[in-house]
Design a protein around this ligand. Structure first.
Ligand SMILES: Cc1ncc(COP(=O)(O)O)c(C=O)c1O
Length: 381
């Protein structure tokens, strides 16, 4: 183990000793600190006279700044959104596509990032090009091959959600820019778990819901907006995104101007008094651990899990082509239909996406969990 890896952090989570939870790509377990922050915040609305400007404006800016620190951008580039879908819808609203252009997506990409682009293609006479799953597992090369002079958009994740296949976003972004295509990134499956060099990737739009690797609550998330798109059209025309909305007595002095930067894209009711303190608890913990160290530590865990699974006939993508934090384990002849139920009997939890058993740990995972995983596989296979 290298000196920069992080030891198991079980005490910071409420996962019982007997439970082996390896399904963070579905939903990460909540930090105790986030539960506590949420409990306190939930009481606030029983005394609405206690609400202060900090609850309307301060927490929002703190969350924006913390996400910016995790991503390596400025707070001005960040909007608060409820979901990846909302972020993608904002990107669609601001993407001009002409008839005859192509929109490059991936085979079996997450549906939130497929349906909106399909609609845009249908409305404009553009064509969706679906990059087939590559036989050699190299998604990056396959995507690069699909980008042509008439490509108008490339919309991809950092890692394929089903089996963790890695995509070199910097290379794809460069290829997209070379042909003048918009570049939209869904970082749902890696924001907070793996570092990203935003300057090199240079996406037009990038979305990240908080409930997975950002260790936040459901129905919260972020949208990174490149400065070149700060003057676009938001999905909503909500009052708090306008300049001067701090003065509640003058809200009907209607303002044409938005707040600065990406704030115009904030969702309505973005000042979520209950959820934002929980979002902040997650982001602050990530900043304390440091994302590159999280990635390295999760990489050690997935390598150990892969080794255990290999003993029972499973194989994952080659390490260089997969995520450090998501393992897609496939098996000759496929997976038993009742596999998840049988794993659950051992209190071992993970997911199946396509034909892969998807294993995705976080820092709550201990050696005892690895032994539980080993014992469960040994009893099933
Ligand atoms: C790659 C990817 N994108 C997006 C989402 C979630 O989308 P939304 O926030 O729109 O529910 C998921 C959820 O599993 C996902 O795996």
């Amino acid at each position: 183990m290298s000196t920069s890896t992080i030891a198991p952090q079980r005490d910071l989570f409420s996962v019982p000793e007997a439970v082996c939870y390896l399904n963070c790509a579905y939903m990460s377990p909540q930090l105790r600190a986030a539960t506590e922050a949420g409990r306190e915040a939930a009481a606030l609305k029983s005394q609405p006279w206690q609400l202060r400007p900090e609850h309307w404006f301060g927490q929002v800016e703190e969350a924006r700044a913390c996400f910016a620190a995790v991503m390596g951008c400025t707070a001005d580039d960040v909007a608060l959104v409820p979901s990846a879908s909302y972020g993608i819808a904002t990107a669609v609203r601001n993407t001009r596509i002409d008839a005859g252009q192509t929109l490059v997506l991936l085979d079996e990409q997450f549906p939130s990032c497929v349906y909106p682009w399909r609609r845009l293609a249908a409305e404009t006479g553009a064509r969706v090009v679906t990059v087939p799953r590559p036989g050699d597992d190299d998604w990056t090369a396959a995507i690069l091959e699909s980008i042509e002079s008439h490509t108008g958009l490339v919309a991809v994740p950092g890692f394929h959600w089903a089996e963790g296949g890695r995509i070199d976003l910097a290379a794809v972004g460069e290829a997209a820019r070379r042909v003048g295509a918009r570049f939209v990134v869904d970082l749902s499956q890696s924001a907070g778990a793996c570092p990203i060099d935003l300057a090199a990737v240079d996406p037009d739009w990038l979305c990240a819901p908080a409930y997975k690797w950002l260790l936040g609550p459901y129905s919260t998330g972020f949208l990174y907006v490149a400065p070149r798109n700060h003057d676009g059209i938001p999905l909503e025309e909500n009052w708090i995104a306008r300049r001067g909305s701090e003065d509640f007595s003058r809200l009907v002095d209607y303002q044409d101007e938005y707040r600065e930067g990406a704030r115009r894209y904030d969702m309505g009711q973005r000042s979520n008094f209950v959820l934002l303190p929980m979002v902040l608890a997650g982001l602050e913990q990530l900043l304390a651990w440091e994302v590159p160290r999280i990635a390295e530590s999760l990489g050690v865990l997935t390598a150990r899990l892969e080794e255990i699974a290999a003993g029972h006939g499973f194989r994952a993508l080659p390490e260089a082509l997969r995520a450090p934090h998501i393992l897609g384990l496939k098996r000759e002849g496929g997976l038993p239909a009742d596999l998840l139920a049988r794993l659950r009997e051992h209190d071992v939890y993970m997911g199946i996406r396509g034909d892969a058993l998807r294993v995705s740990p976080h820092l709550h995972v201990t050696d005892a969990d690895l032994e539980r995983f080993r014992a469960a596989l040994a009893s099933i296979f």
